[in-house]
Design a protein around this ligand. Structure first.
Ligand code: ADP
Ligand code: MG
Length: 220
């Protein structure tokens, strides 16, 4: 079983949006997926309540209880656990990062968001958890070319000790529309640009997980 947490000290960067989309994508790829909502705001839990399908499974709990929840998930035979986390809680974020094989740190490409990322990158660097920063809600590419804002954000982020995911997620209405009735973009507009992006993000995440702690452990 592999555990991936989405962590960022700032609210509104896309933790819940990306956690949900990656969970649905992984489920469709054939994994047994558990989404863990550790944010007291319960946005992922509310999405799941609105959802018609049973999978992915969802549980709610505190980040500091995550290790115990993962034991239970392992016993229940889940292959992948995706953990959505609360902003502004260093103890909770630390507990989630510690219990994870890898961490994704979503950020918007705006300068104030980029400045706010240091606490989270320091946390994963301190714990030596494999991690990537994901640029979210970016201007969409034009003619398959990366927008300047995104390229500049990548450059600014080289100041931090965590690599940036090659896949940037665009600002698209589909990401919020799909969630209204408990779906993900791939279930809402299977051939849409958002669904294609999430497919690419899932590929990048799989590559990261393949190089994560789990892989290191099984190789040794
Ligand atoms: N890529 C995106 N395109 C459009 N809207 C987005 C995107 N990512 C997030 N949002 C919207 O931004 C808001 C904050 O996103 P959310 O995932 O709840 O962030 P967090 O969980 O980090 O607080 C939500 O209203 C969500 O629908
Ligand atoms: Mg959230």
């Amino acid at each position: 079983m592999t555990t991936l947490s989405l962590i960022a000290q700032k609210g509104g960067t896309g933790k819940t949006t990306l956690a949900i989309h990656l969970a649905v994508q992984a489920q469709r790829a054939g994994l047994r997926v558990l989404l863990v909502d550790t944010d007291p705001q319960g946005s992922a839990g509310a999405w799941w309540q609105r959802r018609a399908a049973d999978a992915p499974a969802l549980v709610e709990g505190q980040g500091t209880e995550l290790a115990g929840m993962l034991e239970e998930a392992r016993r229940r035979g889940f292959g992948l656990v995706i953990v959505d986390t609360a902003p502004h809680s260093s103890a909770q974020s630390r507990a989630c990062a510690e219990a994870s094989d890898a961490v994704l740190i979503p950020t918007r490409p705006a300068i104030l968001d980029l400045d706010a990322i240091g606490i989270t990158t320091a946390l994963v660097a301190d714990l030596q958890v494999p991690a990537q920063i994901v640029l979210n809600a970016c201007p969409p590419p034009t003619r398959a070319q990366e927008p300047r804002l995104v390229t500049e954000a990548r450059e600014a982020l080289t100041a931090y000790p965590v690599p940036v995911c090659p896949v940037a997620v665009s600002q698209r209405a589909a990401y919020s529309h799909a969630l209204i009735d408990g779906r993900a973009v791939v279930e809402f507009e299977a051939r849409g640009k958002a669904a294609t992006e999430i497919g690419a993000l899932w590929q990048a995440v799989q590559a990261m997980l393949g190089h994560g702690r789990e892989a290191t452990r099984s190789a040794s």
